[in-house]
Ligand binder design. Structure first.
Ligand SMILES: Cc1cc2nc3c(=O)[nH]c(=O)nc-3n(C[C@H](O)[C@H](O)[C@H](O)COP(=O)(O)O)c2cc1C
Length: 344
């Protein structure tokens, strides 16, 4: 595989900017588990992947292996942590590095009430010095990158200065990579889902951060779907993170290796080849006999593979048939794909 080490965009790479994070798939609870990440990896070799948020409580007091194990082929993969206690975050970050993650990311963007009760997520944006202390503790504990994912404001804050001061304070602790979900988080009155749709997107705030802190790596997130949109953002900032679009229409990533990583040798697999690559993985996982792991635990992440093609609905229908799924045969994917061909 040949990686052409040149930015494919107008943004000159600042020191500390990792070309690897030019494109990434967002951390998404319940969605970007290790099976989903393996599936995404079969579509794009280079796109940077994130885990679901893992709380420090789950790592300090819980089953570390259950939360941290992942498959070698997922690299590069970042562990997202949720927490606000510097000591626990340092312990968790150390575990993440030990398990082989490529980056530790701190969640300062989740607005859910459950997360607020634990005093972390988006409400941390009101306490930039605490976030800086957390970042410092994690950086002291690990040698991999420590990054922060955050919003542009909380509740009714409208001023750019709020996010600029947040980034400035956290950067003083050594964080140089900021993933900006470019809308406010409303901490009371909106559900997490509404918080991803209702507050307006202000991409310009992220662009301004890049202008003001040119040496930092600024990655933009929120509502981005098409290559044209990605290209436009990359004229202003260092990287683009896709969430829901990557999940619901994962084949959007099929061209990323060539287009955004300059990997001239990258082979764009067909959707059928992605399915063929997943079948041995699924069989091997099911053969492990892990408690609770079913065919659907893996195939549910693949429902969007045919998005945009005639027959995509039939593909999803076959993969959602509980009787067929109960048989636990990975060949169900081939049956679903065949349905697509007869529909097309
Ligand atoms: C189902 C779901 C779960 C999410 N879980 C997390 C999470 O664990 N950590 C996080 O930082 N953001 C989480 N998010 C927010 C996404 O990372 C992303 O910031 C948001 O969806 C906006 O990007 P998009 O418009 O490209 O989807 C979640 C989003 C969704 C849809």
């Amino acid at each position: 595989m040949t990686i052409i080490d040149q930015p494919t965009t107008d943004t000159a790479a600042a020191p500390g900017v990792k070309p690897g994070r030019r494109l990434s798939v967002a951390p998404m609870m319940d969605w970007t588990d290790r099976h989903c990440r393996v599936f995404h990896r079969h579509i794009s070799r280079h796109t940077w992947l994130y885990t679901e948020m893992v709380t420090t409580g789950a790592l300090v007091y819980g089953d570390v292996e259950r939360h941290l194990r992942f498959n070698e082929e997922e690299h590069p993969v970042a562990l997202q942590l949720g927490g606000s206690d510097p000591t626990d975050l340092a312990t968790s970050a150390r575990l993440g590095e030990k398990w082989g993650y490529d980056e530790i990311n701190l969640n300062c963007g989740c607005p859910s009430e459950r997360v607020q009760k634990g005093a972390f997520g988006a409400c941390l944006m009101a306490e930039p010095q605490l976030v800086a202390d957390c970042v410092k503790a994690m950086r002291d504990a690990v040698s991999i990158d420590v990054t922060v994912k955050h919003r542009i404001g909380i509740d009714q804050t409208e001023s750019y200065d709020f996010v600029r001061d947040f980034v400035g304070t956290v950067a003083d602790a050594g964080c140089k990579t900021f993933i900006v979900h470019a809308r406010n988080a409303i901490l009371k009155g909106l559900s997490p889902k509404e918080n991803r749709e209702v507050p307006p997107l202000k991409y310009d705030f992220a662009y301004r951060l890049k202008r003001e802190f040119p040496d930092f790596e600024i990655i933009i997130n929120g509502g981005i779907k098409t290559e044209a949109e990605i290209d436009e953002h990359l004229r202003h900032i260092d990287g683009v993170m896709l969430g829901r679009e990557a999940y619901h229409n994962p084949f959007v990533m099929a061209t990323f290796d060539q287009r955004y990583y300059g990997d001239a040798d990258a082979v764009v697999k067909s959707r059928e080849q992605v399915i063929e690559a997943m079948i041995p993985y699924i069989r091997a996982q099911l053969a492990l006999g892990e408690k609770g792991l079913k065919l659907n635990s893996i195939t549910r992440h693949m429902l969007g593979l045919m998005t945009g093609l005639p027959g995509a609905r039939q593909f999803r229908q076959v993969l959602s048939d509980s009787k067929k799924l109960a048989a636990g045969d990975a060949n169900l994917l081939l049956e679903a794909a065949a349905r697509l061909r007869t529909t097309a």
